[in-house]
Design a protein around this ligand. Structure first.
Ligand SMILES: [Zn+2]
Length: 278
């Protein structure tokens, strides 16, 4: 392991980025086949024409870009999700490498990041977070504690992290009740528990606030994008605006996960942000 750290830095980062893209490509298979009863093994093939894909059509990120997102056999479009998942996983792996101590903690954080990537893509596609994935996240949280040796530390630290879990679950749970499940789903409440557990009480506060900032920011961009399309006459006004009312089901897990990563990687503190660090 330590030999890796003697390599030139640009080489280390490139290796981690490539590893992330390869894992991302595997995650795409998991996302596609999860809960469908399809096995994870077997050859990949085009979803339109069924043609089995060769190795050079399966190179993460590059194949999609070289083929401009089209199948080489039938010319049908390959979903941009493949590219997005591979590129984001690669990016997140690099961020983890730059921010998490090398060794066991880094390895566990890469597992956590991969899991959160699957949840993000799954929630965007199906507006649901499968319980199995929440349980795996909890397992990931416990692995994280093991990797940073929290199990052998004092009771106070343990309580601090447990309080984070209660705080996260309680806050999102209250919002879920108040909004009658319109702002966020119960799956989001469950997901927040292991994430709050990892962060601990005071970081969980930043995590919750940030998730709403990120949500508001992304919604604003989407609304502006929608307005842009409306003003260019591509969409009729009533139907397009209907899509973005409060009642529309928006996947909330991606916001929760982005906020979690901001605190996990950089320990972003919203109180310091709003007071400009005073
Ligand atoms: Zn095809």
């Amino acid at each position: 392991m330590d030999i890796f750290l003697t390599l030139p830095f640009w080489y280390q980062v490139t290796m981690v980025a490539v590893l992330g893209a390869i894992i991302g490509s595997f995650l795409n298979v998991v996302i596609y086949r999860f809960n469908t009863g399809r096995s994870l093994s077997g050859h990949s093939h085009c979803l339109s024409c069924g043609q089995q894909l060769t190795w050079y059509e399966l190179i993460p990120v590059l194949s999609w870009l070289v083929q401009c997102g089209l199948c080489r056999h039938c010319g049908c479009g390959v979903t941009v999700r493949y590219l997005l998942v591979e590129a984001s996983t690669s990016f997140l792996f690099v961020l983890a490498f730059l921010n998490i101590p090398f060794g066991l903690p880094l390895l566990v954080s890469l597992v956590l990041v991969s899991l959160l990537m699957v949840i993000t893509a799954y929630d965007i596609a199906h507006l649901i977070i499968p319980d199995k994935l929440v349980w795996l996240t909890l397992l990931g949280a416990l692995l994280w504690f093991w990797s940073v040796d929290l199990f052998s530390s004092e009771t106070e630290l343990w309580l601090y992290h447990l309080l984070g879990a209660v705080f996260a679950g309680g806050s999102y749970g209250a919002l879920w009740l108040l909004s009658g499940g319109r702002w966020l789903g119960f799956g989001d409440v469950k997901l927040a528990v292991p994430l709050g557990l990892v962060l601990g009480a005071s970081s969980t506060f930043s995590f919750i606030v940030l998730s709403f900032w990120v949500g508001a920011g992304v919604s604003l961009v989407l609304i502006m994008f929608q307005w842009f399309k409306v003003s260019r006459g591509k969409t009729r006004l009533p139907s397009s605006l209907k899509q973005l009312t409060m009642k529309s089901e928006v996947p909330f897990a991606p916001f929760i996960i982005i906020a979690f990563l901001l605190v996990f990687f950089w320990d972003v503190n919203v109180l310091q942000l709003v007071t400009f660090g005073w």
